[in-house]
Design a protein around this ligand. Sequence first.
Ligand code: COI
Length: 438
Amino acid sequence: MRVASPWPPARSLRPSSAVRLLSSTTASYNNFYRNRQLERYAARETRRLSLRQLVFFGRSMNEERLIKSANYVRTELPVRIAHRIRDLQALPYVVVTQPDVAKVYELYWTAFEKRGFVKSLYLIRRYPQINTTSDNEKFCNFLGSLLSEHSGVIPALSLGLSLSSPHLPPDQLDSFMRRMLVTRISRRVLVDHHVALSRAVAKHGAVDSHQRIGIIYPNLDVKACIMQSVKHLKARPLAPLDITGIDSGDIPWPDVVIDGHVDTTFAYIKEHFDYMVFELLKNSMRFTRMFASRHRPNEPLPPIRATIVAGPDDIHLRISDNGGGITTPKVSSPEDLYSFSHVRNRSRLEGERLGALRDVSSSGRGMTATFAEQLADITPAGVSKPDKIGRIGLGLPMSNIYATYFGGSLDLMSLDGWGTDVYLRLPKLGTNLEGIDI
Ligand code: COI
């Protein structure tokens, strides 16, 4: 027996209806569907990279290689952006016209048509070949402006897709979001890496391949990163626990005990690793405080345990807490916490969550994985703006995206009524390609 689907058919926008629809919003849309350029670029294949390729290429940087890198970014970026515009166009009419989704759509369209000031005006896709370091310097400034214009993409997209959740089947919504988020990381990695290499060459004439190659730290010290996150987390004001009758100011931050292969180092993008560690520890600390205040109010807080294991191919980090486990009725399995669909994760359509996302999105502060920015801008009860921003629910899904980006994984194990074990696995050898068709 066929059961009628509760979801509207996932129709793509036809050019004619899309033009009618969008012409009322912005003039720039008018030409959009007629634009053969987009089709040309979207038809090209993107070239996926591995961490190892980024390291090898950046290790022996000189002017000639830098120019090659600049031209690679110059030609690759418009292709990658064109693919995403096509993805957005394939969303159902009601979703792509949702104002926050439309905002992102317009941003990518603007990026595809972005003008650079080099001698005269150029669109990014017609950006002239880069031949000298001085050309490259201008190109890096141009890229910098693109990066900052796009800093608000994640909150806008999360808000827009949460609000569109009733119109998309969960699988379609989650795979769209995953593609958007992974590919955004990939574009930013490409650009950030090139800009960082350019800065190093401009400043020192070369790259110090022991310290840092572009955005990759060849000897990233796992324990030091964990300690840095703990330090920053503990420096934050104690967030209220929303438990009536309990003064949360009396409940301190739990300690974190680090054990296992504590001398482990590996090659990774520090910003990505810091983001994951920070978010995972933040959750553990919050739930440990909450659980202890309810069930063991007069006992010292149980410490969180972070165990590092360096396997032959992978680095493992297990974070174990006594925070009561994942017992929320809003999800039926821990992995559903990664979902952006309200069907899998009921908190996605809660007013408080949407309000917090709206605050972040409209503040223009955006969201990046930069550690300092995280602390200052989007962290709930963050250092500079305590308690202004509620919980936006992006820490776990984004950590999952970062973990899987280069072929790792993030698994959650709930011991209901006791605590949660989080397992983060990251490939050590860096040979995996970016984990999606970008
Ligand atoms: C983004 O941040 O969303 C991007 O696509 C970055 C890219 C335009 C450089």
